[in-house]
Every structure is written in C-alpha cells, then in structure tokens.
Ligand binder design. Structure first.
Ligand SMILES: Cc1cc2nc3c(=O)[nH]c(=O)nc-3n(C[C@H](O)[C@H](O)[C@H](O)COP(=O)(O)OP(=O)(O)OC[C@H]3O[C@@H](n4cnc5c(N)ncnc54)[C@H](O)[C@@H]3O)c2cc1C
Length: 381
C-alpha cells in the first residue's frame, strides 16, 4: 500500500492503523453476539472525530479527502466490518444532506452529524423493494401544512442506534426523501438479529405510522430522491465498502502469511507446498490489484474526475468479489484454526458475503459495469 501513497498519506494511514488497531484489534469478536456495537465503541468513534471525518468542513465535518477517508475505512475494516459500517451509513446519509439539503438543514441538522453528536442511518430498502427502488411504497402525503409518512423500511444498518434517519418515499407518485428523528411519534424500531454477517451493525426494521413531517424536513426537490440522492449516497457507500473490504482482506492475508510460514505438514512449512503457493499467490495478487483500484477510486472522487462513477463501481465490485473468494480460501488454508468465532478469517468469511449484497449487489453492479466496460473497449484507437 505504501508505494501507492504520498508521504503525508502514508503518515495518515499509519495514524489510522495505530488509532484503530491499538484500541480494538482483539475485541471485535466479542461484539458479534450482541447485534449492536457496544455504546462505548460508538462513543469512542464519535469522540475521535471519525464519524464526521469524511464530511465537508463547511457543515462541521472533518473535511477529509476521499483517500484519507478510504484509509480510515481500511483500518476499520481490518478490525470489524460492523464498526466500519457505522461510519459508512452515517456518512452516506450525512454526505447526501450536506450536498443536497436546504440551507436550513445545513444549519440545523448537519452540525450535530458533523460533530458525531447524533448518529445517522439511511432508509431505502423495503420488504418488496431492494435493488429496484422505483418499487418503494412508503408514502409522504400532505396533511394541512405538514406531511405524514407511512410505510416500512427493513435491514437498516444501525437503525437500532441512529438518532436521525433519511427516509425515501413516494409523494403523489414522485420520489422524495425526508429527515425523521427516531424519537418522533409514529416511528417504531424493531431489531433484526441473527444475520450471517455484519452481526454487530444493529440492523432494524423501522415502521412509520402517520408520522408527522414538517415541510422543511424534505431533502431536495420533487422527484429528486431516487435519481439524485440515491446515487450520491451510493457513491460514498461504495467507496467506503471497497476500502473496508480491502482492510478485511489485508487482515486475512496477514493471518494466512503467519500461518503458512509456521505451520508444518509432511516435514515442511505449508508455504513449501505447491497448492498452498497457488492459494496465497492468487490472494496476494488480487490484494495488490484491489489496493490500486481503491486508491484510483479515491483519487477520482477527490479530483471530481469524469470517471469517478466507473472507478468507484470497479473498486467496489472487484474488491468485494475477490474478498468473497479469498476469505473462503483463508478459512480453507487455516482449516480448524480458521473456523472459530474468535478468528479473523471466520468473521471475514461471513461478512464478505454481505459486502456483495449491500450498496448494490454484485449482479446490479454488473448491469452498469458491463455496458460501460464494453462501450470503452477499443476506444484508444
Ligand atoms: C447487512 C445488510 C445491511 C443493509 N443496510 C441497509 C441500509 O442501511 N439501508 C437500506 O436502505 N438498505 C440496507 N440493506 C438492504 C440492501 O441494500 C438490499 O438488500 C440490497 O439492495 C438488495 O436488495 P434485496 O435484498 O431486496 O434483493 P432483491 O433486489 O430482491 O434481489 C434479489 C436477487 O436478485 C438479483 N437481481 C435483482 N435484480 C436483478 C436484475 N435486474 N438482474 C440480475 N439480477 C438481479 C439481486 O442481485 C439478488 O441476488 C442492507 C442489507 C443487508 C443484508
């Protein structure tokens, strides 16, 4: 990784690794049975300025560049995908409001999110609408001077903990999103536990029943939510997920490297056996490619380059896909040592499957990437 970074970025990376690993490295496995990160971890993340770090300084955030945010996600992903997801969903919601919110929202809602005093979640998915958000049935209807929100959202990351929600709905057939406080009358939060991965990410079902919304809580213009707000949120989310998957894979590779050097079978270290060399070479080569794609995505984002969408999609798609393949190899390689709940590899194996579902499934990313890649083929001549 160092070779791809400037001296300042290398220093920032070291700071992130020291900060996150020194504090939490050996504790993540204890969070997995609770369905929600301990409050102490959420408080620490906010107090260290990490929740608001990737948000623009103009709204009270840390103003970190995309590469700095990426290196933070990499460090968090090494320890826990659930912890990395706390910062991610907070950022997805807050970046969207920072970019498209009204002056009132930037002044009244953003400072607490930028400072990490309130935690945010983003509510798009419904029982019958996941990949295809045009199927959303949650409604926002006018009632006197106000609006009322009715509907159900599911699989909301940190829905159990978040204070502020960005909720996507239909208003007279047009897509809109609004800000809702979790404490508002008519909001019911029900924990969703027993997940394959992201076990400490506080997933929730959230029901809205005649929930009164003030008009100033609507974010963006009419028919803006799915075509404009969703891509903004997803660009941040995909960039973050690519980096956290990279961190998770780095941790698995380091675990495998230690093991193949020290574990002996049939008179030699595992590393001397040809099949093991194949496994670790594939893992190491894909890891190197993944680092390049993540750095390229961050640089495109912070330069506002025309290829940003393509770069971010490629990074998310590739890193999550190889993470799924190689976390399975890592468990195979460590064998009985790799399957305990305490092991990094077992948790990564479970989480990697989920990373291929959130922020656009593998198949949905292929729908966009295939025509982009085919369209660009041969364009150099
Ligand atoms: C751990 C976790 C956390 C989540 N956090 C959040 C959150 O914070 N906020 C939120 O709003 N949502 C969240 N989600 C929901 C997530 O975004 C959706 O699960 C995801 O978008 C996929 O939707 P779905 O599960 O309804 O699958 P569906 O859309 O029903 O898709 C089912 C399958 O069909 C495939 N498919 C769909 N359409 C096509 C097509 N046209 N061509 C080929 N294949 C297709 C999909 O790839 C998938 O394999 C979370 C989900 C999980 C598992």
């Amino acid at each position: 990784m160092d070779r791809l970074l400037t001296p300042d970025e290398r220093e920032h990376h070291r700071r992130m690794l020291t900060l996150v690993l020194d504090r939490w490295e050996d504790q993540a496995h204890t969070w997995e049975n609770g369905a929600l990160l301990p409050e102490e971890v959420v408080t620490w993340t906010a107090e260290q300025g990490l929740l608001g770090a990737p948000l623009p300084a103009s709204v009270g955030g840390g103003g970190w560049r995309a590469i700095e945010a990426g290196l933070l996600y990499e460090a968090l992903g090494r320890v826990s995908i659930s912890l990395a997801s706390l910062v991610n969903v907070h950022g997805m919601m807050a970046q969207t409001v920072a970019r498209w919110g009204t002056p009132w929202q930037r002044e009244n809602v953003m400072p607490a999110l930028g400072a990490g005093k309130r935690v945010a979640a983003i509510c798009m998915t419904e029982p019958h609408a996941g990949s295809d958000l045009s199927e959303i049935t949650t409604t926002l209807a006018e009632r006197g001077d106000d609006l009322v929100l009715n509907g159900t959202k599911v699989y909301i990351t940190f829905g159990q903990r978040a204070d502020d929600l960005l909720v996507f709905a239909q208003r007279a057939g047009r897509s809109e999103a609004c800000l809702v406080s979790r404490d508002a009358p008519g909001v019911t939060v029900t924990p969703m536990g027993d997940m394959l991965g992201l076990r400490a990410a506080g997933l929730a079902r959230i029901d809205f029943e005649d929930c009164v919304i003030a008009p100033e809580a609507v974010v963006g213009k009419p028919d803006f939510a799915v075509p404009v707000l969703v891509p903004t949120a997803l660009e941040h989310g995909r960039h973050a997920v690519a980096w956290m998957a990279l961190g998770m894979l780095e941790a698995c590779f380091e675990e495998c490297a230690r093991f193949v050097r020290t574990r002996r079978t049939f008179g030699s270290p595992l590393l001397d056996h040809g099949q093991i060399q194949t496994l670790v070479t594939r893992m190491g080569a894909d890891l190197e490619a993944a680092r390049h794609l993540c750095v390229a995505a961050s640089r495109a984002m912070q330069d506002k380059a025309p290829e940003t969408m393509r770069s971010v999609l490629l990074a998310k798609y590739f890193v999550c896909r190889v993470a799924q393949e190689h976390t399975a190899s890592a468990v195979q390689l460590l064998a009985s040592s790799g399957i305990s709940e305490r092991s990094v590899t077992a948790r990564a194996y479970r989480d990697s499957k989920v990373l291929n579902i959130i922020e656009g499934t593998e198949q949905i990313l292929e729908r966009t990437l295939a025509p982009l890649l085919v369209g660009a083929a041969g364009a150099v001549r």
